[in-house]
Design a protein around this ligand. Structure first.
Ligand code: NAP
Length: 365
């Protein structure tokens, strides 16, 4: 279709990159015209580069099969071939990803990233569009600071946070302070990329440690809930979070068991459910193509949510909540679930790009 924005996918051969390729197959606004990965894959047609490791359904989208994979380390290669890029790169050093994302922005190519390298850069928005769409306002200062004309960087938070941040935000927005939170995550194997955790560690087993994940869980929520002050994002003062992150033998879908302590004002169970089920925000108002109609879905069965049954709710973009009940230590507890490579990664990244387009950030590309 004429008029679509041409996009590139960096890390197109990986777990998240493949999701992007599949999810963008029929996108109404974006078309994939550029794919890049490591020097190992560079120079090959995409279909050969992912031969024997294509994981997303039966067929590779026809429009991408014969695109030649470029070396993602050379930003110049993307010039003229795409107007912005999704970054789904995994490099040994975070600093290398940060430098590379900046190199693309420097060349006038905006970067919508899944990587963690720029999450703590204070003028880079870490977006969950339903929660902190106003953080887009720092992009003007980011561009000024670097002297960038068209390029900029916007990132997504860690995948497991998307499992429970919208219900938390909904409660705060309704006037209920959350003082403390204890969360235990049960994270899917696809969250570790491909081939990820060895099968001997994953079958018949649970691994009670994911490097760096608890630190991300405990810190990133404060930036997500923060506000823009003088061209930078200032962290929210709370809640205080204590987390335990585990890897479980599930392919897709992160689960989180969450306990919350409110401030002085405490909502009833009925109010909480009403706040969650009526929660909508800017992506829904703007009718962005990947926005779920119902971002939070509450289930009442005693044994839900479950990854296999519930991860595709709202095309993989909902936070599905169940088992809301009183907590003997804090005030309430519940179980939440979201699709880690859709809401938590590629489709969440696409929603970020849709918000950027709808708000005019791609107008001058
Ligand atoms: P992955 O499956 O390991 O894929 C990594 C990608 O990076 C591949 O395309 C790989 O290309 C490329 N790459 C590796 N080394 C490179 C190099 N030296 N130079 C250029 N490209 C290189 O990882 P993933 O799970 O898709 O994760 C991608 C990013 O998304 C990571 O930053 C991760 O933290 C983030 N993320 C992942 C999830 C998830 O659920 N999986 C969720 C949220 C965020 P080759 O195939 O050529 O090696």
């Amino acid at each position: 279709m004429a008029g679509k924005i041409k996009v590139g996918v960096l890390g197109a051969t990986g777990m998240v990159g493949q999701r992007y390729i599949k999810l963008l197959e029929d996108h109404p606004w974006f078309e994939v015209t550029y794919v890049a990965a490591s020097p190992r894959s560079a120079g090959q047609p995409y279909k050969d580069a992912v031969k024997n490791r294509w994981l997303i359904g039966a067929n590779i989208p026809a429009a991408v099969q014969d695109l030649i994979v470029e070396d993602a380390n050379i930003a110049d290669k993307a010039i003229g071939k795409c107007q912005f890029v999704f970054s789904a790169l995994e490099l040994p050093k975070k600093e290398d990803i940060k430098n590379l994302e900046e190199a693309y922005a420097q060349k006038g190519i905006p970067v919508v990233s899944n990587a963690s390298a720029n999450r703590w850069t204070e003028d880079v928005p870490m977006l969950v569009p339903e929660i902190n769409y106003e953080h887009l306002n720092v992009i003007a200062d980011q561009k000024k600071h670097h002297g960038w004309d068209k390029g900029f960087i916007a990132v997504k938070p860690n995948c497991s946070l998307q499992t429970y941040m919208m219900p938390i935000h909904a409660l705060i927005q309704a006037g209920y302070e959350i003082k403390r939170m204890v969360v235990t995550t049960l994270q899917a194997t696809s969250g570790a990329g491909y081939p990820g955790v060895p099968s001997f560690d994953m079958i018949d087993n649970i691994v009670p440690f994911i490097g760096g994940e608890e630190e991300k869980t405990e810190k990133e929520c404060l930036k997500i809930l923060g506000k823009v002050v003088d061209g930078k994002i200032e962290n929210a003062p709370g809640p205080i979070v204590s987390s335990t992150c585990t890897r479980v033998p599930v392919i897709d879908g992160h689960t989180a068991c969450v306990s919350l302590e409110f401030g002085e004002k405490k909502p009833s169970m009925e109010e909480i459910e009403k706040i969650w089920t009526s929660y909508t925000s800017v992506p829904q108002e703007l009718k962005l193509p990947s926005a779920p109609e119902h971002p939070i879905v509450v289930r009442h069965e005693e044994n839900r949510p479950q990854p296999r049954r519930d991860r595709e709710t709202e095309k993989g973009m909902a936070c599905v909540i169940g088992r809301l009940r009183p907590c003997n230590v804090f005030d309430i507890k519940f179980v939440a679930l979201s699709h880690n490579t859709k809401r938590g990664a590629a489709l969440g990244g696409i929603l970020n790009a849709e918000l950027l387009k709808a708000k005019g950030y791609f107008d001058n590309l």
